[in-house]
Design a protein around this ligand. Sequence first.
Ligand code: CTP
Length: 393
Amino acid sequence: MLKGKVVVLGVTGSIAAYKAADLASKLAQAGASVDVVMTPSATEFVTPLTFRSLTPGSVVVDMFEAAIEHVELARRADVVVVAPATATTIARLAHGLAEEMVSLTVLATKAPVLVCPAMDSQMFENPATQANLETLRARGMTIVGPEMGRLASGRMGAGRLPDSETILGAIRYVLGRGGDLAGRKVVVTAGGTREPIDPVRYVGNYSSGKMGYAVAEAARDRGADVVLVSAPTALATPSGVRLVSVQQAAEMRDAVVGECRDAQALVMAAAVADYQPSATAEQKMKRHTETLSLELTRTPDILAEAGKGFVRVGFAAESEELVANARRKLESKGLDLIVANDITGPESAFDADTNRVVILDRAGGEERLPVMTKYEVAQRILDRVVELLAKGS
Ligand code: CTP
């Protein structure tokens, strides 16, 4: 989604300016064309040469530089990202000043603007800064961060620039707003549920949640309103996605049923435990006996209970008879699509970043995809969802 997009990165005079170099590099790696504008104080922290070395685009500090017309980058931008944005820059933007290249570019652009504040927490909390941020928000700019943590002053507080991944996610979200899922609500489930045995143990599975998170990100990048119902994972919540955290299958069912009432699509990538302990011990179980039997009870079938009237996509992780088993599930669960993956191959293992899948549809179609990243797989699944939505509407 970033491929071929022009991102104008505005860097201002905060110690976090060095992190903007990483952001520029990641944007360029993702295929964006990156132009950089810097305030003179930003150059005290990091040099224009740093950015020139990381991206082939322009790097402009001087508003009066003859090589490029002063509003050229503002016109060319698909999105303008000010990261880090100091309190001073935020004040300039709120007041429509054009005192240097960053505020000038924001003033002159018609593209969406993302502002990522980074400063000491006392400056951030000051009512002047808060009011200025509110002004920017009211004008439709997207504010990303700041995050809590240790600041350059040594104090703890709100003021840290979010990491590059978070900012990249926010850029993708903003760029995707007009995509082919704009105005559609997509519910995605992810992760492996945990069914408690006692206060310290659970029945779980190896699911990493990566496939479901990739679907959530891809749907966001196409403009959907995404709700991610997630069992515990080690993954960061994607920017621009609403997270509903759950533990057990029963909680996931309740969340999915509630969220699907006004959704247009459900993608069930979660590895839902099929059974849960019939009873959960209130106290930690002791190691007194030689053997221990656990009685398990079947969990609710979430797809079956989720309701109707929206596109329903299931996953089938199989270790044998991939297509036959998946087709049986597609039919018994009445799904529109099922994504079958053979979990025995290294490229489709639970924690892998890639997957090899076959997408089966109701009409008997079988789309065999080569090994690709989970994000690419997610995009292919969503291509099919978009097709189904177009037919249905
Ligand atoms: N699923 C669900 N509710 C459950 C179990 C699974 O909604 N209690 C969903 C999964 O998220 C997945 C699809 O159903 O999208 C298939 O899951 P899978 O575990 O492969 O299927 P099961 O119905 O459990 O079938 P089996 O145990 O026979 O493999």
